[in-house]
Design a protein around this ligand. Sequence first.
Ligand SMILES: Nc1ncnc2c1ncn2[C@@H]1O[C@H](COP(=O)(O)OP(=O)(O)OP(=O)(O)O)[C@@H](O)[C@H]1O
Length: 254
Amino acid sequence: MTLTIKDLSFSYKDNNVLNNISFNANDGEIIALLGKNGSGKTTLLKNILGLLTPSSGTILVDDKDLSKLSVRDRSKLLSYIPQSPSNIWSYSVKSYVLMGITPSLSTLSSPKEKDDAKAIDALERFGISALADRDITTLSGGERQLATAARALLQNSRIQLFDEPTSNLDLKNADILIRHIKALSKEGYISLITMHDITEALNIASRILILDRGKVFFNDSVDKLSSEILSEYYQTKMNIERYKNQYIVLKEGV
Ligand SMILES: Nc1ncnc2c1ncn2[C@@H]1O[C@H](COP(=O)(O)OP(=O)(O)OP(=O)(O)O)[C@@H](O)[C@H]1O
């Protein structure tokens, strides 16, 4: 499967936020979407999801134009794990996770026993089984984010869009989510992840995409991102180091 973004532009009224963005994402790729505040990362995700309509350009999954698909068909291909899931109605956490399965059900069917087992399994995978019967609206931001990732797992779409997935999570839960994203990638899923932590981005992603005021500033594999390119982008001296097979990004003078 390939996600292709071609010459995508978007404006909020007369505020031009995305300018001729083009890139591809292929099976198994984890793309870290980096950029300064306001550079257009979330807007890009929302255009891909169909929550916003591009002013020009196309978004394809293989040869399917996403703008021509129904919401239901789109959600079979894409799932979204927002930064702080809001607008959530009052449901048990388990029911909320089970709702992930809805796009793949026919109109008249309802979740079955095997779906129930999948929901329990997903809750376990994210270490939140104990929360299964709690009201989703009473969870903390991080717990809610894990529940949303569990729901996306049931949705089982091949392209997963994460908006700052670890920003609300403690060290252990961030680790669970990162392992999950890497496991999905081994199974061929595509992940596009907005983030600010460059060290984390380099250690998770296979490719880095940096936006600068709505334009692609850098789009290449992780090993091609140099200290010089980062320093130029952030206008501050940065160093990419390696330690025990891990990347560490250091900012000079802080
Ligand atoms: N609903 C809106 N109406 C008008 N302008 C908006 C709207 N939402 C976002 N913007 C503007 O669009 C630009 C891009 O915002 P976006 O949220 O995509 O940035 P981001 O890269 O995700 O930022 P951050 O890292 O701060 O989350 C910003 O200048 C923002 O002020």
